[in-house]
Design a protein around this ligand. Sequence first.
Ligand code: G1P
Length: 288
Amino acid sequence: MEVSKAVIPAAGFGTRFLPVTKAQPKEMMPVLDKPTIQYVVEEAVQAGIHDILIITGRGKQAIERHFDKSYELEEELKSAEKYDRLDRVRQIAELADIHYVRQKERDGLGDAVRYAKNHVGDDAFALLLGDTIIQSDIPCTEQLIREAEAHESSTISLERVPWDDVPSYGVADIETTPSSQSSFPVTDFVEKPARDAAPSNLAITGRYVLTSEIFDALESTTKGVGGELQLTDAIRKLDSVRGVELEGDRYDIGNIPSWLQANIEMAHHHDDGEMNAAVQNLIEEQFA
Ligand code: G1P
């Protein structure tokens, strides 16, 4: 097994962030000076992937424009001798080979992933949700790929969440207590269980490596929670699935507190030291 492709679903509504997402995709919400989806693409690239398929839909054209070359802007930055900015703008278009496919109807994450079948073929692939940023020393996707390749198995990133939050996630059922660093078998999953019915508080974080078996599994899956085709319901049908506990910070950008926190935390990792210090001062002033 060798994972060389990534799929990024970015077709959902950003209802929790209205009205800002009325006319722009939630995946374009800025965290500091970059849109969310750029962090996600960069995570895939850091994991050694250069072939990326983004699943878009109606009203998502800004995503394509962002990763495209911008001749007018580049010319303007060149004539203004703003070379730093020019480099940053150019790098975006050179990050990876990005392909697009449009989901026709918003029918759930499982339905969105079905659109990747032709592009992915028989290969295993990384799947990264376009509205989730993960900050970790080893990129989460790299860690998943390593474990998936070692065990020739679909592998999913999981995180312990507060029990009250469990109904917002897909949740794993496991037999053995996971040890950090390495992966462990997952026996089952439940999408958005009631708190009392949840088999654990190990939630799916939005990063997966899946074998191409997932496409047949999706074909035979019927609509689940929320009347949508749930990816989790198809993952349950795979022969072997492993989990890896996330070592890092996850930000769900569809949710305002998490987005605010992402802006503060990501400032620590920004290569602009001045901005980093300015954010630190701001936090100290606000919370002193
Ligand atoms: C999706 C998945 C869920 C996962 C979550 C992570 O749910 O269906 O299994 O735990 O992403 O953010 P959504 O947030 O789209 O409802």
